[in-house]
Ligand binder design. Structure first.
Ligand code: NAD
Length: 458
């Protein structure tokens, strides 16, 4: 099948590459010429394990290409995936300007039947707006003969850091279609497209468009709720002297609860949970309803991003001038270079503005961190000058009064504690991701501050 992907970011690039890899011909469109130039010269603009090799083999096989030419891209695909960003607007609702611009471009250039797929995470009712935007362009063109379309909702559930695997082995494929003849024609094409992913067992869930749009928000809202729930309990565990990690294992053994997404830490970040929780709360508001659970989830997460900052300030005082800390982990989670809403940014803001110096390490996100921090500190370049970046984790520790861990990257899990202690000015660890076993770290001579693990505080 011929497929067009509009928006070549984390979702669009993975979707396009994986669909090419199963034999489709894929044309990826983006409005960012730098991104397309990078891809056309063999580079990969994001860090996603396994993606680079897959892009290369599919480009070489002639199944995958990249362009900024809207007319060419829209003319190409029988199926047009809209995978552009839906960042939060000022009031928390999803900003649909990129989705609707993509829709208008489709309307400008289609000349036959197209399936238009909303892959971006969009509020309930967006498919209607996409349909109206395309139709308005068609009407402006005098309704050219043969040009028709159907809008399908096909939300994406991949996780950054495991995106290729998630796309290739999805838990479910949600398809929201309308009941018209064109909707059923679109459904037949979508079923055909996803057939290779259903060989082992049927993963497709067909539903109406609005339920499909809602499903994506409900999934992210549920996961965010688990995290905030556990973080709030972790803070209480710190007060009462319990160990939240033992509590997690104790409750996770109940199959109704399970172990996943119950790790206490410094709050959720990234490009999805924060904006999707906000957008769902906002959608409810537009319908005169409050989602009180999700309002609390968001408020708890906001405060949780300060939890390590508060521990550091409680230990060293609010003026950190002349103090030097090591920071391991910048990305919002391991295996990605994505810094969108990363909790590390909140910590860096607070500590640099309190006068501290930071020496940071991240296996892949340093370049992206430099880019976003330059924006975060546009008003305070003198503060920004006090953060340095190390190539190796151990290098960041030299002369540090404490190590702060903000991302649970694998290389941080079993470090050489003896070498670490020798490099540091003082053996103190603030573990924002509960990476270490407190007894083990204490036995290595460190003072340990985890999240919800004060029962071990030395
Ligand atoms: P992204 O910011 O990485 O990529 C979006 C891309 O779209 C950018 O390259 C941008 O230049 C391009 N773009 C914007 N307007 C365009 C237009 N009119 N035509 C062509 N290209 C255009 O975003 P992302 O992280 O891939 O997310 C895309 C959508 O998927 C969002 O709605 C997001 O919520 C959703 N989603 C993201 C993830 C994730 O893990 N990142 C997972 C599931 C769903």
């Amino acid at each position: 099948m011929n497929i067009t992907i509009i928006g070549t970011g984390y979702v669009g690039l993975v979707t396009g590459t994986c669909l090419a890899d199963i034999g489709n011909s894929v044309c990826c469109l983006d409005i960012d010429p730098a991104k397309i130039a990078t891809l056309n010269s063999g580079g990969v603009p994001i860090h996603e394990p396994g993606l680079g090799a897959l892009i290369q083999s599919n480009v070489e096989a002639g199944r995958l290409r990249f362009t900024t030419d809207v007319a060419e891209a829209v003319a190409f695909g029988d199926i047009q995936f809209i995978a552009v960003g839906t960042p939060p607007d000022e009031d928390g609702s999803a900003d649909l300007q990129y989705v609707l611009a993509a829709a208008r471009n489709i309307g400008r250039f289609i000349s036959d039947f197209k399936v238009v797929v909303d892959k971006s995470t969009v509020p309930v009712g967006t498919a209607d707006k996409v349909r109206a935007a395309i139709q308005a362009e068609l009407d402006a063109r005098g309704a050219p003969q043969g040009a028709s379309f159907s809008v399908v909702s096909n939300p994406e559930f991949l996780k950054e850091g495991a995106a290729v695997d998630d796309f290739m082995r999805p838990d479910r494929i949600v398809l929201g279609v309308d009941a018209t003849a064109e909707g059923q024609r679109a459904l037949a094409l979508m079923r055909q497209l996803y057939l290779p992913f259903n060989r082992n067992h049927e993963r497709t869930r067909v539903m109406d468009v609005k339920s499909a749009e809602f499903t994506k928000y409900a999934a992210n809202a549920m996961l965010a709720t688990r995290i905030s729930f556990m973080n709030e309990l972790a803070n209480l565990a710190d007060q009462v002297g319990a160990d939240i990690e033992l509590v997690r294992q104790g409750i996770g053994s109940d199959p109704r609860i399970g172990y996943s997404f119950l790790y206490a830490g410094t709050g959720y970040g990234g490009s999805c949970f924060p904006k999707d929780v906000q957008a769902l709360v906002r959608t409810a508001g537009e319908h005169g309803q409050r989602l009180r659970v999700l309002e609390a989830v968001e408020a708890v997460n906001h405060d949780q991003k300060q939890v390590v900052v508060n521990k550091v300030l409680a230990r060293y005082g609010t003026n950190l001038t002349g103090r030097r800390f090591a920071l391991w982990g910048l990305a919002f989670k391991p295996n990605t270079d994505d810094m969108r809403d990363a909790p590390s940014r909140v910590l860096i803001q607070a500590l640099l503005r309190a006068g501290a110096s930071l020496h940071a390490h991240d296996p892949v996100a340093t370049a992206e961190a430099r880019r976003v921090l330059a924006l975060d500190f546009a008003d305070a370049p003198d503060c920004l000058a006090r953060i340095q970046f190390a190539d190796k984790p151990l290098d960041a520790l030299t002369g540090a009064e404490a190590l702060i861990i903000m991302t649970e990257w694998k290389p941080y899990r079993s470090p050489n504690f003896t070498a670490m202690k020798a490099a540091m000015a003082a053996p103190v660890i603030f573990d924002g991701r509960n990476v270490y076993e407190p007894e083990l770290v204490a036995a290595a001579g460190f003072q340990y501050h985890g999240i919800g693990r004060n029962s071990h505080a030395s």
